[in-house]
Design a protein around this ligand. Structure first.
Ligand SMILES: [Zn+2]
Length: 328
């Protein structure tokens, strides 16, 4: 077969395929990439079949500390749309992400979704924002319409379907927000103290009435915790009679173990109340590997360890619970 015939043949075949499925090219899901699972899960729900959203970082991975691998750079290069939270979270990825901004629509969702007044400041670094926005469900819900607009810019035919998805998601997020608030409110006053490995819980505290949130490391995990940091938090635990402290899935538990040892060595009682998901969701294929499940698991762990009682799981989230075979 000479080249000309081959080429005519391809055109004929192409035309035939186009007839069979006239909008095939338009319907290819957009290849979207998010840094963390908390974005990817929400974005996939917003996108439906209009995009395939992957997360760069898996469970147990600390986004403050993570640098791009060569395969991450390949994935970013192949992506048609990129989402991240903010330079204050993906500290070591930010420059790489900036490098893609000129060729691929790239959204830092903290600045794209929130005004300055909605954001908390890093108390140790005046002027720097606290990026842990997903800890307040009502705040995190606000990334959904921004994501929908970003996808619709490349898939305008998807706008209506995505508006429905955003509305459905908002109902779920509303219900989850109310449930978390009720759970934390059930903790006896004076016990609503959240002591963790790093300062990821200021938005959680702000939204749900946690009286104080203390951590061994600051907003960033980039610097090592010192003995002085551990002693300072031990002082807080003792002064406030905090009954339980929490390890985080993305951080080595040894700093919290050292804290417990320090408090106990001074004759006070404190236990490790469990493991919370701060900067990454749980394993894929588990309930905690979803945004709703991550927030639910944290709330269950915190509420039970600090002496509260869990409210009934909301009606609007029964379908989620059934999907994961969680008894209501
Ligand atoms: Zn963090």
């Amino acid at each position: 077969m000479n080249r000309q015939i081959a080429s005519r043949h391809s055109i004929a075949l192409g035309a035939l395929l186009a007839l069979a499925n006239p909008v095939a090219a338009e319907e290819t899901p957009l290849n979207a990439l998010a840094t963390v699972g908390m974005i990817a899960d929400v974005a996939q729900k917003v996108a439906g079949e209009c995009a395939k959203v992957s997360a760069l970082l898996g469970s147990g991975t600390d986004p403050h500390y993570y640098s791009a691998t060569p395969s991450d750079v390949d994935a970013l290069a192949a992506a048609e749309l990129i989402f991240y939270v903010d330079r204050a979270l993906e500290e070591r990825l930010a420059d790489v992400l900036d490098g893609f901004r000129a060729r691929t629509p790239t959204f830092g969702l903290a600045s794209a979704s929130f005004s300055e007044a909605d954001l908390l400041e890093d108390p140790d670094e005046p002027g720097e924002l606290d990026p842990h926005l997903w800890m307040d469900v009502s705040r995190w819900a606000r990334i959904a319409p921004v994501i929908a607009d970003a996808i619709a810019a490349q898939r305008p035919d998807c706008a209506d379907a995505m508006a429905d998805n955003v509305a459905a998601l908002e109902v779920q997020m509303d219900a989850l927000h109310g449930w978390v608030g009720d759970a934390i409110a059930s903790i006896p006053e004076g016990n609503r103290m959240l002591v963790t490995a790093h300062d990821a819980f200021y938005y959680f505290a702000d939204a749900y009435g946690i009286e104080a949130s203390e951590a061994i490391e600051g907003i960033s995990t980039a610097s090592e915790a010192s003995i002085g940091d551990i002693r300072e938090v031990a002082d807080f635990v003792i002064a406030n009679n905090v009954p339980a402290v929490f390890v985080e899935t993305t951080i080595n538990p040894r700093t919290i173990e050292a804290l417990v040892a320090e408090v106990q060595s001074r004759g006070h009682d404190v236990v490790i109340g469990g493991e919370v998901f701060s900067d990454a969701m749980g394993d894929e294929g588990t309930p905690e590997g979803t945004y709703i499940g991550m927030i639910r698991a944290n709330t269950v762990t915190i509420t039970e360890a600090l002496g509260g009682t869990l409210p009934d799981w909301p009606e609007a989230l029964q379908a989620w619970a059934q999907e994961w075979r969680i008894a209501p």
